[in-house]
Design a protein around this ligand. Structure first.
Ligand code: PLP
Length: 284
């Protein structure tokens, strides 16, 4: 695999960053994951816009224009022959010459790393046909979840807790309401209404969420942006998640309780179909 690191395309075993990198020492960095369908980038503009916002909120210098970023994405897709998969991008505050809590001097170059992950079956995912099971766990993350930082220890632990419980993922709960999944936004369906938490500092503003809600509204489906509890979710007709790596994925069980009939529901299935179809058309 060819990876990109600080201006160079290198074989993955030759790609290196400093031990003093702020990303490594302090999780002082942000990331994006963009999907590739049919060799095309899905929602690149949305990811580039959110990246710029994450950087700006943390006062990390934006290392290049979106056009240059797009070129790197495309170059990696071409060099690695990615038909279907993901592109991971990470930008950190860079590597000063020592460990220090204080931000390094202005002139410190941000570290930029991108690599691809080939994932055939992203669109024709078997999990989308059976649905996934989630457990609920307390949300103990920091208060700026709208910034896509690389602090993923708790989400990673959440996925391990889910696995230990025989489930696939975890929904996080704060003040009795679901915030989001460990790496995705959470939804329920009641009657003909799609319900998902409103945007705030408490959740990541999913790029897939924005697209799916737009498609839902265009298809005259009802959307309610509000918080919901795990109890309400268990009694819903359907549940699902969205993210760049899962698109729209049905949730059929929450804490061991079947949602609806315990099989993927029609709303999630339809939204998945629309999302994939429209994304294929709009990919660049
Ligand atoms: N929420 C969290 C905590 C995430 O980590 C992610 C994606 O990684 C999402 C939501 C979904 O965001 P997107 O649709 O932009 O992939």
């Amino acid at each position: 695999r060819t990876v990109y690191v600080n201006g160079e395309y290198l074989p993955e075993h030759e790609a290196k960053v400093s031990v003093f990198d702020r990303g490594f020492l302090m999780a002082d960095g942000v990331y994006e994951v963009t999907s590739v369908l049919g060799g095309k980038l899905i929602d690149f503009e949305g990811h580039a816009t959110r990246l710029a916002r994450s950087l700006s909120e943390l006062q990390i210098r934006k290392p290049m224009e979106d056009e240059a970023l797009l070129e790197i994405h495309r170059e990696l897709v071409a060099r690695n022959g990615i038909e279907e998969g993901l592109i991971y991008l990470q930008i950190t505050r860079g590597a000063p010459n020592d460990r220090d809590f204080m931000f390094p001097p202005e002139e410190t170059e941000p570290t930029v790393v991108l690599f691809t992950q080939s994932k055939l079956g992203l669109a024709e995912s078997p999990a989308a046909k059976t649905g996934i099971k989630v457990i609920s766990i307390p949300d103990i993350r920091w208060g700026r979840r709208d910034i896509k930082t690389v602090q993923l220890l708790y989400p990673s632990m959440g996925k391990m807790m889910a696995k230990a419980a025989g489930a696939d993922d975890a929904w996080m709960v704060e003040h009795d309401h679901v915030t989001e999944g460990t790496s995705n936004n959470a939804y329920i369906v009641k009657g003909d209404t799609i319900i998902t938490r409103q945007l705030s500092h408490e959740i990541l503003h999913g790029i897939t969420r924005a697209a799916v809600l737009r498609f839902a509204r265009e298809a005259q489906m009802k959307v309610e942006e509000r918080a919901f509890s795990i109890e309400e979710a268990k009694q819903a007709d359907e549940a699902f998640i969205t993210s760049a790596s899962t698109f729209v994925m049905p949730v059929v069980e929450i804490d061991g309780v079947s949602v609806g009939r315990g099989t993927p529901g029609p709303v999630a299935a339809r939204l998945r179909e629309i999302y994939i179809e429209e994304s294929r058309k709009a990919g660049i």
